[in-house]
Design a protein around this ligand. Structure first.
Ligand code: 2AL
Length: 582
């Protein structure tokens, strides 16, 4: 049977290759000795070429798309199947680190390399994109690569110019691309089922928590505002303290409020006064006019709005108390990008498997996932980086962390890219047993269903599982019923069986007290007569129908009732099995 778990040795080897390739890519720079690689530059095209070569070595077909992203596809079991998209960006800031973006692309290559080495094709294809522009270094506009894939380039982008006066349109031509064809980079919604991006954290949280990996909950939304306190300039020697209208003192009071209040909102919200200009700005003049900027970010738009409202109201109040004016104007606003909860769960499971614990955290920095999230569900995996340093040559990661990252990334992709049936076919025996054991408390049956793997189709599985139920006898019935809740008495607890049973019985209205009472009495009579709980497939039946069946079956002979109860047990088991593989 194909092997579907990347072991530690394989992961360590993959991590070493990732780090070595990051060094190779870092050598492709416009400035010797410092890494700068901007969108549509000759260095960008060389990096694309190098990455395409690596993709081809692991069985991927490659192409450069119409906006200059380098793309590769590793086909799934059925040609043309939807793909799970992996990737990150290959462009950099000026004098950059070598992992921001590149670590994601290189780790994605290792996911595919693992599949290729083991000759595994999943139900879904895997695609990797090395996005051409995330940083916005060259043209001052960002996410050109990922917005090419979503097909959301605004018209005016083609006219944007770099510092040398070269427009995006001209840069495309210089790179051998056609500005009239940028729409061809756009992908259809049905082509991808999910986007998973691995990235260095670029912050200190994982390091503080002593963890290699974390799962991103959301990419922070942000607002930027120009704010102003307008008081009255005056002579620093003659104007008494009691009648001053000092705009800088008001700003100081507000800044302390911003810091304290933002802290009180918990660790995920941040607010910064990053610039402050004070006029007239002389040692002997009371400041009459202060311009300051406020930058505020949060993984949730609602909490951001609440905090921002609080901060602005306080600005007004401080100004009113001091008899001066306050104004604030938002000039930049980007909503938060929540990561898909199912993808977070999947990544969390994988992270737990490799590091024994999983931390969820928001991303303070922007990523390609912001654009991709407009079309597809996104998930992000963060890798610890030294002191959180990024956008700097000192950016660094350690091999042990990359080892865990590649392992977790691979596990998540492999699980997501398969149907439950394939996962069942390929799973270790214990995992396969676990998956279907909630169907019925008969270990012998469960073992036999697992032993007959692999199944070609769901139909083959259900037919074989149904066949195996034909061997059940009274002993099996009693064993299975020992864990079955009574009908009308909803199962307690959070075991998988209890959760299933509750769902199955949801049509039984326990607030109908006449019905409940009749079921209690019927159950008691039934148990006294047959020595086990009454069992009926509840799905598709109303409470009244169930009660009628209970009353009818009370008159059965023991042999007839045993046959009926066994039939109900078979039906419940097979329904549950269907649910597992739905
Ligand atoms: C159940 C149960 O758990 N699910 C279902 O369909 N019937 N229990 C029962 N006693 O009939």
């Amino acid at each position: 049977m194909a092997k579907l778990v990347m072991n530690e040795g394989e992961a360590a080897k993959a991590a070493r290759r990732v780090l070595q390739r990051a060094d190779e890519l870092a050598a492709i720079s416009e400035t010797p000795g410092a890494l700068t690689r901007v969108y549509l530059s000759p260095e960008h095209l060389r990096a694309n070429h190098l990455v395409a070569g690596w993709m081809e070595q692991i069985g991927m077909t490659t192409w450069q798309d119409a906006v200059g992203n380098i793309c590769g596809r590793y086909e799934g079991l059925n040609e043309g199947a939807p793909a799970i998209l992996l990737g990150s960006h290959l462009d950099t800031v000026r004098n950059a680190g070598r992992y921001d973006g590149m670590l994601g692309v290189l780790s994605a290559l290792e996911v595919v390399a693992f599949l290729y080495q083991h000759d595994i094709q999943l139900d879904q294809a895997i695609e990797i994109i090395g996005f051409g522009d995330e940083e916005g270094t060259r043209f001052g506009i960002t996410l050109l690569g990922s917005r090419g894939v979503t097909g959301t380039w605004p018209e005016h982008w083609l006219a944007c110019e770099d510092a040398a006066g070269v427009s995006v349109a001209q840069a495309l031509v210089n790179a051998g691309l056609d500005p009239a064809r940028i729409g061809h980079a756009a992908r259809q919604p049905e082509e991808f089922s999910a986007y998973l991006e691995l990235h260095i954290e670029q912050g200190p949280v994982l390091e503080q928590e002593e963890l290699a990996l974390g799962v991103v909950t959301a990419i922070n939304g942000a607002r930027r505002l120009n704010c102003r306190f307008t008081g009255e300039a005056g002579h620093a020697g003659t104007v008494p303290m009691s009648i001053r209208k000092d705009a800088l003192a008001a700003s100081a009071e507000w800044m302390i409020f911003i810091e304290n209040t933002t802290r009180a909102h918990g660790p995920n919200l941040v607010a910064t006064v990053g610039t402050l200009q004070c006029a007239p700005g002389a040692v002997n003049v009371i400041p009459g006019d202060v311009h300051l900027t406020l930058d505020i970010r949060s993984p949730e738009d609602a909490s951001l709005e609440v905090l921002l409202g609080q901060l602005l109201r306080e600005g007004e109040q401080i100004a009113a108390r001091r008899g001066i004016a306050f104004s604030a104007e938002t000039y930049y606003s980007i909503p938060a990008t929540p990561c898909d909860t199912a993808l977070q769960r999947e990544l969390g499971t994988s992270v737990n498997e490799v590091q024994g614990r999983c931390l969820s955290l928001p991303s303070g920095a922007g990523h390609d996932a912001i654009a991709i999230a407009e079309r597809w569900p996104v998930g992000m995996l963060f890798v610890r980086c030294d002191r959180g340093v990024s956008h700097h040559p000192a950016e660094s990661v350690i091999e042990e962390d990359v080892t865990l990252a590649v392992q977790a990334y691979t596990q998540a992709v492999v699980r997501l890219a398969q149907t439950p049936l394939r996962a069942f076919n390929l799973a270790e025996e214990a995992d396969a047993l676990n998956l279907i054991s909630p169907c019925v408390a008969l270990p012998e049956w469960t073992k036999n269903v697992v032993a007959q793997r692999p199944y070609d189709s769901l139909r083959a599985l259900t037919e074989s599982a149904a066949q195996l139920t034909q061997a059940w006898n009274r002993n099996d019935l009693l064993l299975a019923l020992s864990t079955h809740p009574r009908i009308g008495e909803k199962a307690q607890g959070s075991s998988k069986e209890a959760v299933l049973s509750q769902g199955e019985q949801s049509a039984v209205n326990t607030r109908n007290s006449a019905l409940s009472l009749a079921l209690v009495q019927g159950n008691a009579e039934y148990e006294a007569r047959f020595g086990h709980v009454f069992l009926i497939r509840a799905k598709g039946r109303s409470g009244e129908e169930i009660l009628a069946e209970l009353q009818r079956r009370l008159h059965n002979s023991p042999a007839k009732e045993e046959a009926e109860a066994l039939e109900q047990l078979r039906q419940i088991t097979l329904l549950r099995l269907e649910g597992v593989f739905a």
